[in-house]
Design a protein around this ligand. Structure first.
Ligand code: SF4
Ligand code: SF4
Length: 164
C-alpha cells in the first residue's frame, strides 16, 4: 500500500524551493558570465563548434564500393534490429551479377526517419556488410517531418567520421 507523504507548511508553500532553485540558476548565470570562455559549459552554436568524440552517434551513412554502388545487400538485418522502427527498405534483385562485388539484392529505397531514430547504433551492429554506420555528424536539424526522412541518395553523401 502506498504511504502518504506528509508535507510541512513550508513544503506546501513551495516558495522556499522556488527561491533555492532560482538562486542556483542565478549563481550559474553570473559564473558563466564572468569566467573565461574555456571554463564555460555551453558553446555558442552555430557560431562556434566543437569536435565530438569518436564514439558519438550522429547521422547515418551508407558506405559504398569504389565503383559508387552501395555495400548494402538489402538483408533487412538493420531494420529488424531497429527498436524504433525507423528504417524503411525496399529491395530489388540484381539481374547481372557483378564479379567484383557479387550480390543478388540491393536496396531500391532505403529511408531512415530521423524523427523516430534514437541513435542507439543497433543498425550498425547488426549489419553484416559494414554498409550502415553512424557518423559523428551532428548538424541534423530539420524544419519539417519530410526533411527528417533521409533517403539513400542522401545517406551515401554523409561525410565519414572526421577522425577516419
Ligand atoms: S540508430 Fe537505432 S533507432 Fe536509429 S535507425 Fe539505427 S537501430 Fe534504428
Ligand atoms: S544496411 Fe546492412 S543490415 Fe541493413 S539491409 Fe543493408 S546490408 Fe542489411
Amino acid at each position: 500500500m502506498k504511504k502518504e507523504v506528509k508535507l510541512s507548511f513550508w513544503d506546501r508553500l513551495y516558495l522556499p524551493a522556488v527561491i533555492v532553485g532560482m538562486g542556483i540558476t542565478i549563481k550559474h548565470f553570473f559564473k558563466n558570465l564572468f569566467t573565461r570562455p574555456k571554463n564555460r559549459y555551453t558553446v555558442e552554436f552555430p557560431e562556434r563548434k566543437k569536435d565530438v568524440p569518436e564514439w558519438y552517434r550522429g547521422l547515418h551513412r551508407l558506405n559504398t564500393y569504389e565503383d559508387g554502388s552501395v555495400k548494402c545487400v538489402a538483408c533487412y538485418c538493420c531494420a529488424t534490429a531497429c527498436p524504433a522502427d525507423a528504417i524503411f527498405i525496399e529491395a530489388e534483385e540484381i539481374e547481372d551479377l557483378d564479379e567484383e562485388y557479387p550480390r543478388e539484392k540491393r536496396p531500391k529505397q532505403f529511408i531512415i526517419d530521423l524523427h523516430r531514430c534514437i541513435f542507439c547504433g543497433f543498425c550498425q551492429e547488426a549489419c553484416p556488410k559494414d554498409a550502415i554506420v553512424l557518423t559523428n555528424e551532428y548538424e541534423i536539424t530539420q524544419l519539417s517531418r519530410e526533411q527528417g526522412l533521409i533517403t539513400m541518395e542522401e545517406l551515401v553523401k554523409t561525410p565519414k567520421k572526421k577522425m577516419d
